[in-house]
Design a protein around this ligand. Structure first.
Ligand SMILES: NCC(=O)CCC(=O)O
Ligand SMILES: [Mg+2]
Length: 337
């Protein structure tokens, strides 16, 4: 193929609109194709039976108890979605300073994994490795007297959490905490416990973003976090080289896949990672991005299906192999129409 700066014939022998004229030739030259295989569906899991609670800041998204989650998983699997990602809603009384509920073998996440692998074994199950749903202060790790999130002490808990997920049957563990060295520590612990097939999706470039607000409402960590912030461990939205550095470290420590989060505002990061490393790269279309599209659609200001599919194809075009999105089921349905 000629490279892009090879001289080309100019107008009128070249008319770019020729190929755009008809549907058949538009389809023929389409460079990016979206399929349900590209989707990971994040879900919020509740205690109880028959529980289904709407998330007010994410219309259309519901928190589900495990029995209803299993039904939803069957449907996701039927729609061709390869993976679901679980986010437990921890009851206030199970939260603590040391986040011990995170590695409870009978915790909500661990029970949900077992139920899903039992009911729909072909569906990939991914778990969130981070302590924010389990701490009374809503930070992703253990804090010292000054409130600083302690790295190495936190990593020890993350390792126990990840191993407990693998023991429950999780296919993918996804550390989203941004502590240093946690990928290597988790990988070593999984290997020595015999969980050699457990994949690690590292949230390598997770930014300290304001787009996570509705998620924190959904899992109930917003109230715990209060006016706190995560600037000492999540990345500065102004940085890109630092993301490359983070990804290089996580790959060296044993990550199978890496993630950029949020999605649309950070597609330059996705593209740089894909070009530089060529590894499986995921992107998280986060709660705030969902809320924006949903709110505008509910107001009649945007065509929901059209803008959501455009957002998805843009993430794929930027180099993403997997897209975590609360719109996963709708997207899979639209693609099959
Ligand atoms: N670990 C998950 C998050 O921190 C937030 C995701 C979102 O806002 O959708
Ligand atoms: Mg890191």
């Amino acid at each position: 193929m000629a490279d892009l700066d090879t001289p080309r014939s100019a107008y009128p022998s070249t008319r770019m609109r020729r190929m755009r004229r008809d549907d058949f030739s538009r389809r023929l030259m389409r460079e990016t194709t979206l399929t349900p295989n590209d989707l990971i569906w994040p879900v919020f899991v509740l205690e109880g039976q028959g529980q289904c609670e709407p998330v007010p800041s994410m219309p259309g998204v519901e928190r589900l108890s495990i029995d209803l989650l299993v039904e939803a998983a069957r449907e996701a699997h039927r729609l061709g979605i390869p993976v679901m990602a679980l986010f437990p809603v921890t009851p206030m009384e199970a939260k603590s300073l040391d986040a011990r509920e995170a590695f409870n073998p009978d915790g909500l996440a661990q029970r949900a994994v077992r139920a899903l692998k039992d009911a729909v074994p072909e569906l990939g199950v991914m778990t969130d490795v981070a302590l924010d749903p389990f701490t009374t202060h809503g930070q992703d790790g253990l804090i010292d007297d000054s409130g600083y999130v302690m790295n190495d002490e936190t990593v020890e808990v993350l390792v126990r959490q990840a191993v407990s997920h693998a023991e429950a049957g999780a296919d993918i563990v996804a550390p989203s905490d941004m502590m240093d060295g946690r990928i290597g520590a988790i990988r070593a612990a999984l290997e020595s416990a015999g969980h050699i097939h457990t994949r690690i999706l590292a949230y390598s470039a997770k930014y300290a973003s304001s787009y996570y607000g509705p998620f924190r409402d959904a899992v109930g960590s917003a109230a715990n976090l209060g006016s706190g912030n995560k600037y000492t461990y999540q990345m500065d939205p102004a940085n890109a080289n630092e993301a490359i550095h983070e990804v290089a470290l996580d790959l060296a420590e044993g990550a199978d896949m890496v993630m950029v989060k949020p999605g649309l505002p950070y597609l330059d990061i996705v593209r740089r990672i894909k070009d530089q490393f060529g590894v499986p790269t995921c992107v998280y279309h986060v709660s705030g991005e969902y809320a924006m599209l949903k709110a505008a659609s509910l107001n009649g200001w945007l065509n929901e299906k059209a803008v959501v599919l455009e957002a998805m194809v843009s993430m794929k075009r930027a180099g993403a192999d997997g897209i975590l999105t609360y719109y996963a089921k709708e997207v899979a349905r639209w693609l099959s129409e």
